[in-house]
Write a new protein. Structure first.
Length: 682
């Protein structure tokens, strides 16, 4: 019936368009898992082309592949680069106009180069280990790469030999004398991500021994587990590298003290700490085009991973540093200088959207450049922006927008797959929540909504908890999957969510079970009163991570409105989490201290203390490789539910982490969850 909608459509237009009855096939989890995903747009130095990553799925084979595509900004034509055969990632333009990327076609991950035509690839690196992130120097004479090495090794050969020795040893025991023992979804093996400089010869091929830029450095750059080339930058004169990293030592799991480190690209000196006076997080360095300034993001409170990232400016010559736009109550992500150096572009959450903002480094004036929707990646043309943007009704598409102008859509990905597929119409609402403050949320109508009809409801509770259930096309908690199954979805950005000012975000710490619960209760009541199509007597509450905690908390404190509950990788025993989770700084900040110093804080909002009140059917989901919220949390909750005779199930994925990522596992997840909802909301 409908095609994907522009974010510019008004709520009224959306309602009219989506209100038409339809017999078309609904949006399903399998369709979602099969969609092509666009990401990481990069504009060529001459401003003529956009390079982007496109992920495609072979659902039958249960795997995905990445390819590089090129869009001509003049003709709007797109084409897949032939060199993508065999898989590609991290496509980047060099100042020389060539495209650099990573591929494992040789057996290990190496950097390759191709021209705009993308027909043939030249292997640039022949490293003995896999290459991770990389960045080409402005003069195209040096390539900085990351490799995973043993930090006490004096050269790469030492790491290679140790890896070979591990493969042949007969014993399996591992001895640890410090934590992390495990992090996110991997067990610690003593290696670190380190940066190396490679000289490029006249043919642009790396030659000679790699220059260690982090010799004996006890830390990772890029950071683990989600770091990339945004963690380091090269000065315009191609002489200096600045990277963000944390000294691990014995305190790695309970400190957020990432600093910026400066090192010459020739490796002649050891890294120097540029931000030793800030005990909190310093990240994302970016040199100005003239090399006189270094922009970066910095938190102020050590130990708090959701603190506001202020935009900092450092005079490269004098070291003098100040914050730009200190009164702008947003968190600045991924600073990017304009080509003329007159503005700094950052991304930030903003009242249910994720926008690009322009900041004047001279006077701190801030202007929003994009509007409704979620910008996942952006780059600059000579006159404006190219960005990837998704919404509650559309997966990511490319847009071009002149500074001060309107956005024009460039791509129509998945048009064939989504043709005539009905989408549920979203509407943002607000109400008075905890402390008399305004709280926002979204309601998404069922696909094929018919006025006068009532529909069962899925209350979707976001994780973080410092996150947002916003105007985006989420691939794990997608409201359209529920809309396609005949449900209305309600999502509330309770106190603690991001995009509403730092005080709003701060308010959840040490208040996991009261303030956000009050917002959920008031938001639920408001939504039922405002939207007569919501059938409050046929509703289930679902959430993951902190959302899973909240579902476990709701089970013992507010289960009356719901027919069933779904807790994905949720905290069940807050005290046990304080001992078993890996990033201890998180729990210690959220509870106001360590589990042994303030055990009462861990017990205050502990779901395990309220299991006697559990009486609603509850489905638990858990990944075996989730070390953020370990397996015992779900097993304990399921065991107690079974012991008490509460109708319950446990869905266990031994090969998934905190997220369910494999295509067929994702579909199984949704099939089980929707079956659970269907059973209990008939």
């Amino acid at each position: 019936m409908t095609r994907l909608l522009s974010a510019a459509l008004t709520a009224a237009a959306l309602t009219a368009l989506f209100a038409q009855p339809t017999t078309a096939e609904p949006f399903t989890a399998k369709l979602m898992a099969s969609l092509d995903r666009l990401d990481d747009p990069r504009v060529s130095p001459d401003g003529k082309y956009v390079l982007y990553d496109l992920r495609t799925v072979d659902f039958g084979a249960n795997k995905s592949a990445h390819a590089l595509w090129l869009l001509d900004l003049k003709t709007k034509a797109t084409r897949k680069l032939a060199i993508s055969q065999g898989g590609t990632s991290s496509g980047r333009w060099g100042a020389d106009g060539n495209i650099y990327f990573i591929s494992s076609r040789s057996g290990t991950a190496q950097v390759y180069r191709t021209g705009v035509k993308g027909e043939k690839a030249v292997q640039v690196t022949h490293a003995e280990l896999d290459v991770g992130a990389f960045k080409l120097s402005p003069d195209s004479k040096t390539l900085v790469i990351s490799q995973t090495v043993f930090p006490d090794c004096k050269d790469i050969a030492c790491t290679v030999e140790r890896n070979k020795a591990k493969e042949t040893q007969k014993t399996t025991g591992v001895v640890y004398d410090r934590v992390f023992v495990r992090h996110w979804d991997e067990w610690a093996d003593g290696t670190r991500n380190h940066l190396y400089a490679l000289h490029l010869n006249a043919q642009g091929i790396a030659e000679g021994a790699p220059i260690a830029l982090m010799a004996d450095f006890d830390g990772d750059a890029p950071t683990k587990p989600f770091g990339g080339d945004g963690d380091f930058d090269i000065s315009p004169d191609s002489k200096t590298l600045v990277f963000s990293a944390k000294i691990a030592g014995k305190s790695e799991p309970w400190t957020t003290n990432f600093d910026l480190w400066q090192v010459p690209l020739d490796g002649s000196k050891a890294p120097v700490d540029l931000t030793p006076t800030n005990p909190a997080w310093d990240a994302a360095p970016a040199f100005s085009p003239d090399g006189k300034w270094l922009a970066y993001s910095a938190m102020k409170r050590p130990g708090f991973e959701a603190d506001r990232f202020g935009l900092m400016l450092r005079n490269v010559a004098t070291g003098e540093t100040h914050e730009v736009a200190p009164n702008w109550d947003h968190s600045a992500e991924g600073a990017q200088w304009s080509h003329d150096g007159k503005r700094i572009l950052v991304a930030s959450d903003d009242i249910g959207q994720h926008k690009v903002f322009s900041i004047d480094p001279m006077n701190g004036k801030v202007s929003a450049l994009t509007g409704q929707g979620h910008v996942g990646g952006f780059d600059q043309t000579p006159k404006g922006l190219v960005f990837a943007q998704d919404t509650l009704t559309s997966p990511a598409q490319l847009y071009v927008q002149p500074f001060g102008g309107k956005a024009t859509r460039l791509t129509h990905l998945n048009a064939d797959k989504l043709k005539d597929v009905p989408m549920g119409a979203p509407e943002q609402f607000s109400f008075t929540g905890w402390n008399g403050e305004t709280v926002h949320g979204y309601v998404v109508k069922p696909a094929g909504y018919q006025p006068g009809k009532k529909y069962p409801v899925a209350l979707l509770i976001h994780g973080g908890p410092q996150g947002s259930m916003a105007n985006n096309f989420h691939y794990r908690w997608n409201a359209q999957v529920y809309a396609g199954a005949g449900y209305a979805a309600v999502m509330i950005d309770f106190h603690g969510s991001t995009g509403y000012g730092q005080a709003f975000t701060d308010s959840i710490s040490q208040h996991w079970g009261d303030r956000p619960l009050e917002d959920l209760q008031k938001g639920w009541s408001y939504a039922l009163d405002k939207y007569d199509f919501l059938d409050g007597k046929r509703a289930c509450a679902l959430g993951g991570s902190y959302g899973g905690f909240m579902v476990n908390w709701i089970a013992g404190n507010w289960s009356a409105p719901f027919k069933c509950l779904v807790s994905h990788d949720g905290v069940f025993d807050s005290r046990g989490m304080g001992y078993a989770t890996e990033e201890l700084w998180f729990d210690e900040w959220e509870r106001g201290g360590t589990v042994y110093d303030v055990p009462q804080n861990y017990e205050r909002f502990n779901p395990i203390n309220h299991v006697k009140a559990w009486d609603k059917p509850i489905l638990f989901v858990q990944g075996g490789r989730d070390y953020r919220i370990p397996l015992d949390q779900a097993i304990g909750a399921f065991t107690i539910a079974q012991r008490r005779g509460v109708e319950s199930k446990l869905l266990y994925f031994p090969d998934e982490n905190h997220w369910v990522l494999k295509p067929q596992n994702s579909v199984q997840w949704h099939d089980e969850v929707l079956s659970w909802l269907n059973t209990h909301t008939k």
